[in-house]
Design a protein around this ligand. Structure first.
Ligand code: ATP
Length: 235
């Protein structure tokens, strides 16, 4: 579904990604793990066209994304849930969800999707008339994911969904991520610092260090790899 071919991305003169290549097949959850500053967010920003790569290619279902603008990339069926959530704090939960569907015209299907998301996140239904800014961190993360799903993406890019959340809330979010993949048939590229959690929901994983992919493989194999255990799993 998605293929990055040797992409190199820069901030001015600073090179953040060095010939990064990765693939995501339809129906998979693929995780990209790595330490602070490894280039995980930059990889997602390159895919969504916010910081396009200077070299290399990005293909989505065979179409070159690396020449498209971010809004065109969203229209192809790719949605990013950014690190730190970035919901609209003054808009209500219901309005935030409506914003996620602003490119769609199919009112009936929009309502159906909203009802499905309320069943997936009952707390959001309870809080639907409250401003997004009044929600807890975990609820805001749920809202950010639900808002992205209102666009009916084929590929969801999730940036550090566990960031700043209590372990129990994180567990809940990861269960929902799995459900979205299985029930909603959404392919997911998941960026995480919490390698343990990420490799438990993913089918495959890539390890990024200083802008370079240093390892990739099946999630089980990476979980059992001694170098990964030492560097990322605290074992
Ligand atoms: P984190 O987990 O902290 O978000 P990350 O793996 O997502 O880390 P990136 O945010 O992609 O890493 O950063 C990769 C590199 O690019 C880092 O060296 C970072 O300092 C640099 N970088 C990121 N954003 C900018 C920017 N706006 N200007 C210059 N350099 C940047």
């Amino acid at each position: 579904m998605l293929e990055l071919r040797h992409i190199s991305t820069f901030y001015g003169n600073i090179q953040a990604l060095f010939e990064v290549s990765l693939t995501v097949n339809q129906g998979e959850i693929v995780t990209l793990i790595g330490a602070n500053g490894a280039g995980k967010t930059t990889t997602l920003m390159s895919i969504s066209g916010i910081i396009p790569p200077r070299r290399g290619e990005i293909l989505f279902k065979g179409q070159p994304l690396h020449r498209m603008t971010p809004d065109t990339i969203v229209k192809q069926g790719i949605c990013q849930v950014p690190e730190g959530r970035h919901i609209f704090p003054e808009l209500t939960v219901a309005e935030n969800l409506a914003m996620g569907a602003f490119l769609r015209q199919d009112k009936r299907a929009i309502k159906k999707d909203r009802d499905y998301l309320y069943s997936l996140f009952p707390i959001l239904e309870q809080r639907r008339h409250l401003p997004g800014g009044n929600l807890s961190g975990g609820e805001q993360q749920m809202l950010a994911i639900a808002r992205a799903l209102m666009a009916r993406p084929q590929l969801l890019l999730l940036d550090e969904p566990s960031m700043g959340l209590a372990p129990l809330v994180t567990k809940q979010i990861f269960e929902i991520i799995k459900k979205i993949n299985q029930e909603h048939n959404t392919t997911i590229l998941l960026v995480e610092q919490n390698a343990h959690l990420a490799l438990r929901v993913a089918t495959r994983g890539y390890v990024l260090e200083n802008g370079v992919i240093v390892m990739h493989g099946g999630a089980e194999a990476l979980l059992g790899n001694t170098a990964i255990q030492k560097a990322y799993l605290g074992i």
